[in-house]
Design a protein around this ligand. Structure first.
Ligand SMILES: Nc1ncnc2c1ncn2[C@@H]1O[C@H](COP(=O)(O)OP(=O)(O)OP(=O)(O)O)[C@@H](O)[C@H]1O
Ligand SMILES: CC(=O)C(=O)O
Ligand SMILES: [K+]
Ligand SMILES: [Mg+2]
Length: 570
């Protein structure tokens, strides 16, 4: 028997009423379906939404048939997944792929999108402006032509020290005991043998004989043995593969040297030009490398606001330095999300400290309601081999178990031999761990502190917390949220409910932005303040596409009429 429970909490925003639930008034549908009952819980009798309340009781009377089913947009891959696997088994963890030479042509990009890539990342450390633009345009074209909803993340270069581009070679092998020269000279012709260009002019002055030089946080190590003008001669002590533009750090007496390069700005002048490019291209996310303080994030956000008034660009703080750990909460508060950039982080703190910092960052983000990405070396061995190591699978599982919003591939997808296989591994491990978590009913007791900054926000927050709890207890199939800015959707995602969250939003850019958040299936749909109409329209459209069926149990919440409704799809 179909049942409907409507809880309407409508509050005039000028006065602060007390919400008294014992005043709940049972109401009955006006027309049509005698099997439905609805309960209305009101806060204020003189409520301006009363008229809406009355009409809302008619939900389910006569479904509003919309013939144009194209007026709802959802990512084609998620739609197929939903039809194939049902509500429970859609993937909740989002997947990001760094695009590079191995994945930049249209067929390769399409294969990644088909494989579940939610966000494509371009790293401004590598490639030319033309290359980046081409990739962005190809992704946009695929979205349009094939119905994907892949968002673009631009990752800034930052002003840390890195190697040059190896004169065009894809990599170079440094062997134990070999002498290599790291130089700030610019070479007009080909690089001499065993010579590496260094990006930072002060390099030769800052290093000292006896320092240890780490490439990519210790993938390859050298000892500094001699400094001759701009050339720093080093002996390889830990052999390995040198990759173009790899990050360099140097260590003295067991600690990281943070001399003059620590004074360099987080956002360099080149980064500002890249950011202008990103704004012009309408990227969804800008990830800022080597963030040290909240100030730089605030500065960038106001810059974006001034440049692109109605822009929805989210600013993601990359946590990859000692300073970013020190100022973690403040940085995350100022940002729209964060990335645990374990590659460089592991070069700045002892490796054994990285896992606990990862957990801390994931938890702080969750508490502050900011999406969090776990990045780097998730499947490093798959750059060369078609299957991951057991340890890599365990690492990915742990990130999923921590309920991070997103996992990111770097070299695996940018320049590895098995980009699609790597993505498949992320996808299947995510699905498996998510299912295990639900089956075992491992609802963690993580405390979610109140984060609202206004009374209206508190109501939204309480509604989302309650809706998520109800969804778990009633074992509903999906939560529907109608949200213009995406805020209510992210509050629901924060609760990590057992069922997927269908997030309906009116703009394509909000929809793409929501693609980064755990458990959200973003839809673009035009809707009004009339929830009855919205629901009937949504049911009709989704039923026409085979995404829901009669009898499915859903909870609907909305940020226009602050309400929770429980109902069966008619
Ligand atoms: N656009 C590109 N063109 C060429 N090679 C690329 C490109 N993007 C990535 N790569 C290759 O893939 C590797 C891994 O990519 P990734 O984005 O993780 O960069 P990274 O250099 O490790 O720096 P970061 O700390 O910014 O992530 C790079 O070292 C580089 O060799
Ligand atoms: C992703 C990145 O920048 C890092 O891991 O260092
Ligand atoms: K970068
Ligand atoms: Mg980095």
């Amino acid at each position: 028997m179909a049942q409907s429970l409507n809880i309407f909490i409508s509050v005039p925003h000028s006065t602060k009423p007390s919400i008294t639930f014992p005043n709940a008034v049972p109401r009955f549908p006006v027309t049509g379906n005698p099997s439905r009952t609805s309960l209305c819980i009101r806060a204020s009798a003189s409520d301006p939404n009363m008229s809406v309340l009355t009409s809302a009781n008619g939900v389910g009377g006569s479904p509003f048939h919309v013939s144009d089913s194209s007026s709802i947009d959802v990512d084609a891959v998620t739609e197929a997944e939903l039809k194939e696997n049902g509500f429970r088994s859609t993937r909740r963890t989002k997947l990001i792929c760094t695009i590079g030479p191995a994945t930049c042509n249209p067929e390769q990009l399409e294969a990644l999108a088909e494989g579940g890539m939610n966000v494509a990342r371009i790293n401004m450390c590598h490639g030319t402006r033309e290359w980046h633009q081409e990739v962005i345009q190809r992704v946009r074209r695929l979205n349009e032509e094939k119905g994907f909803a892949v968002a673009i993340m631009m990752d800034t270069e930052g002003s840390e020290i890195h190697m040059g581009d190896l004169g065009g070679a894809s990599s170079a092998k440094a062997e134990d005991g070999e002498i290599w020269t790291f130089s700030v000279r610019s070479f007009d012709s080909a690089l001499p043998e065993r010579t590496i260009n260094v990006s930072y002019g002060g390099f030769a002055e800052d290093v000292e004989v006896g320092d240890e030089l780490l490439v990519d946080g210790g993938m390859v190590r050298f000892d500094v043995i001699e400094i001759i003008g701009p050339d720093v001669k080093c002996r390889c002590t830990d052999p390995g593969l040198l990759l173009p533009r790899a990050n360099l750090t140097f260590w003295r007496d067991g600690s990281l040297v943070r001399e003059r390069n620590a004074m360099l700005p987080t956002i360099s002048s080149k980064d500002w030009l890249d950011i202008d490019f990103g704004i012009a291209e309408g990227v969804e996310f800008i990830a800022v490398s080597f963030v040290k303080s909240a100030e730089v994030i605030k500065h960038l956000k106001s810059y974006i606001k001034a440049r692109a008034r109605d822009s929805d660009i989210s600013v993601i703080a990359k946590i990859e330095s000692i300073d970013s750990l020190k100022n973690l909460e403040e940085i995350i508060r100022a940002s729209d999300g964060a990335m645990v950039a374990r590659g460089d982080l592991g070069a700045q703190i002892p490796l054994e400290q990285v896992p606990s910092e990862q957990l801390r960052i994931v938890q702080v983000c969750r508490q502050l309601n900011k999406p969090v990405i776990v990045a780097s070396q998730l499947l490093e061995s798959m750059i060369e081999y078609p299957t991951p190591t057991r340890a890599e699978v365990a690492d990915v599982s742990e990130a999923v178990r921590q309920r991070a919003d997103a996992l990111m591939l770097s070299g695996e997808s940018a320049m590895g031999q098995f980009p699609e296989k790597s993505l498949t591994v992320l996808r299947s491990v995510s699905l498996r761990i998510e299912k295990w978590w639900r089956d075992e009913k491992r609802r963690e007791a993580m405390e979610l502190p109140a984060i609202a900054s206004s009374f209206a926000d508190s109501i939204s927050e309480e509604i989302c917390n309650s809706a998520a709890k109800m969804a778990n207890n009633l074992e509903v199939d999906a939560i529907f949220v109608y949200t213009k800015t995406g805020h209510m959707a992210s509050l629901l995602s924060r609760c990590r409910p057992d069922c997927p969250i269908f997030a309906f939003t009116t703009t394509t850019s909000v929809r793409r932005r929501l693609n980064l958040q755990w458990g959200l299936i973003p839809f673009r749909l035009s809707f009004t303040d009339d929830m009855e109409n919205n629901l009937n329209k949504t049911f009709a459209l989704l039923k026409a596409r085979g995404m829901v069926k009669s009898g499915d149990l859903v909870i609907a919440v909305s940020d226009m009429l602050q309400s929770i409704q429980v109902m069966n799809v008619p």
